[in-house]
Design a protein around this ligand. Sequence first.
Ligand SMILES: [Zn+2]
Length: 200
Amino acid sequence: MAEQEPKIIPPFDPGASPSATDPCPFCSISSSYSPFPPDQPPPADSPSIDPFQLAPPAFVVLSTPTLVAFLDILPLSRGHLLLCPRAHRFKLTDVTSREAAELGVYLRVLSAALVRATGVKDWNVVQNNGAAAAQVVNHVHYHLIPRPEIRASGRFRESFTMFGRGVREELDDDEAVALAEQVRRSVALVLEEEARKGKL
Ligand SMILES: [Zn+2]
């Protein structure tokens, strides 16, 4: 199969509405990755989840008809995920009830999957609304941020920044491919376990 040129996502002006000339980066991700069953994710080499269709690449860990989740490209820690509705919504108050319900379900499932995939048992769920509240991309999203004991983590500097880009490190492509695969598999395992326990 011929290699396709990645679709370049220009820097986003958070003050503007998404348009053809100024697309929203999260809308670019949701329009580029079709839904797959979370309990049966495609194999890592499937073209449907090829991270390099976009630039910067998108490491998708969950893609339902309503939601999409992917690795943050400037992670605060290894495994930092973003979860958002597929449709463009600005703030949490702009999502539909159905989207809100599914976001709630998958925050819990992704949290369990993240603990399983990273081995880190503590994490934050953070969601910012509006520029004054440190929302950088104007498409509502939840951060799921594993919090390893800082000195044990090695790779990341001692002071985590919860918001902004101060000490974030760029995601390493090879590590991200492997990590995204681990998270997708962990989501499937969590769903299988919870279905067995009657929790879903
Ligand atoms: Zn958007």
